[in-house]
Design a protein around this ligand. Structure first.
Ligand code: PMP
Length: 390
């Protein structure tokens, strides 16, 4: 029986960039001591106090259907956090609670795009972006970025591809590059969005992981609040990836329609998960810094190890749990480098090509091993890269 073109098209072409990761996992399952620097999963679990709050609430009876937009007190907590961080007045009516940032990304595109509309995203990109856009029925259009711009999207590149587009998806701090967009980049994005009458979808799931300067939400720029949907999540900021709780923040009218969509898709997020998120946001103010601290430390370790080596160049990263390494001096593709590194050193990284065309000749390193193992892996990775120089 035939399935819809929409669902068959989510993984266009079938190459989803996970080949190396799956090979590394298979080797590990077979007993090989592979050091994994691949996916964005913390090496710590969710804090015990958050789990206790979840347990208390579930045992207290909050196990029925939760209200679809999200519990009022969690919507308020998210609104307060977003307002405090961005300076943009935000109330619970501007917040929809979602089962994680991924569901929010999908819902945002369904809310903004009609079938066949062009939806822009930046290359390199978080792996799910183009598939998410296609799943929403829109045409995914990549905005290329360049290594020499540190992969920050340029206003001209956006404008060139904006004809007929309805939305632009941006992500800072960025996965896969670790780059935090500077003010000039954000201003260029805002100008292009206004000139081309685009909605902006701003994926800010790494907003607590900024190592230099501060996170600036493009929703806070003049004229942007009315055309921006912000995607947020407890996954990265609170090491709650498995709990599946996030949000969309935006204009009240858009949130009202997104509540209609949630009613016919997710039908809300479990109440005890929402209570755990509320507890974490309101009663554990120190946790965001604690969860981010290991990545801050490991970035310093990496900078020390990489200093002065020509085989690898670190893309100037100032946020998120990733480092992007330029390996073009070896003459290898990210894919070839990654497979050889796995075979020879039992170290798994993600090829840049997994994240789009713009990051070919690069590899992404997730800083997700404990400090000592991370240091060992990176030291071996550098030695390997030096051997690869022709
Ligand atoms: N956006 C980006 C850039 C991500 O890296 C991720 C997870 N890796 C997500 C969104 C989705 O995260 P979640 O659904 O766990 O909130």
């Amino acid at each position: 029986m035939r399935l819809s073109g929409r669902i068959e098209g989510i993984n266009a072409g079938g190459a989803d960039g996970w080949g190396l990761f799956l090979r590394a996992r298979a080797m590990k399952d077979a007993g090989a001591p592979v050091l994994e620097l691949t996916i964005g999963e913390h090496d710590i679990g969710t804090d015990a106090a958050i789990l206790d709050a979840m347990h208390r609430d579930a045992r207290g009876g909050n196990t029925g259907y939760a209200v679809v937009p999200g519990m009022e007190n969690l919507r308020r907590a998210v609104a307060r956090r977003v307002a405090a961080q961005s300076g943009v007045p935000t109330g619970p009516e501007n917040v929809l609670i979602t089962p994680g940032g991924q569901a929010a990304l999908y819902a945002a595109h369904v809310a903004l795009c009609d079938p066949g509309d062009r939806a822009l995203y930046c290359d390199p990109h978080y792996t799910t972006y183009p598939g998410t856009i296609r799943a929403a029925g829109a045409e995914a259009v990549a905005i290329p970025t360049r290594p020499r711009d540190f992969f920050r999207p340029q206003e001209a590149a956006i404008s060139e591809r904006a004809a007929g587009a309805v939305s632009l998806l941006v992500n800072s701090p960025n996965n896969p590059t670790g780059v935090v967009y500077d003010r000039a980049t954000l201003d260029g994005i805002a100008r292009a969005a206004q000139a081309q009458d685009l909605w902006l979808i701003s994926d800010e799931v790494y907003d607590t992981q900024v190592w230099e300067g501060a996170h600036v939400s493009p929703r806070a720029l003049p004229g942007m609040a009315e055309r921006t949907l912000v995607v947020g999540s407890m996954s990265k900021s609170h090491a709650m990836t498995g709990s599946r709780v996030g949000w969309i923040v935006g204009p009240e009218a858009a949130i009202a329609r997104l509540i209609d969509l949630a009613t016919v898709t997710t039908y809300g997020v479990p109440g005890y998960i929402q209570e755990a998120a509320r507890f974490a946001l309101e009663e554990m103010p120190q946790i965001e810094t604690e969860v981010a601290a290991p990545f801050r430390r490991r970035r310093e370790i990496a900078r020390r190890i990489l200093e002065g080596h020509n085989a690898l160049r670190l893309v100037p990263s100032s946020g998120a749990m990733y480092l992007m390494l330029d390996i073009r001096a070896t003459g290898l593709s990210g894919e070839a480098f990654g497979h050889a590194l796995l075979d020879e050193e039992l170290i798994a990284v993600m090829p840049g090509e997994s994240f789009g065309r713009a990051a070919s000749g690069h590899v992404r390193v997730a800083m997700t091993l404990p400090d000592a193992a991370f240091e060992t892996a990176l030291t071996r990775l550098v030695r390997f890269a030096e051997r690869m120089i022709p």
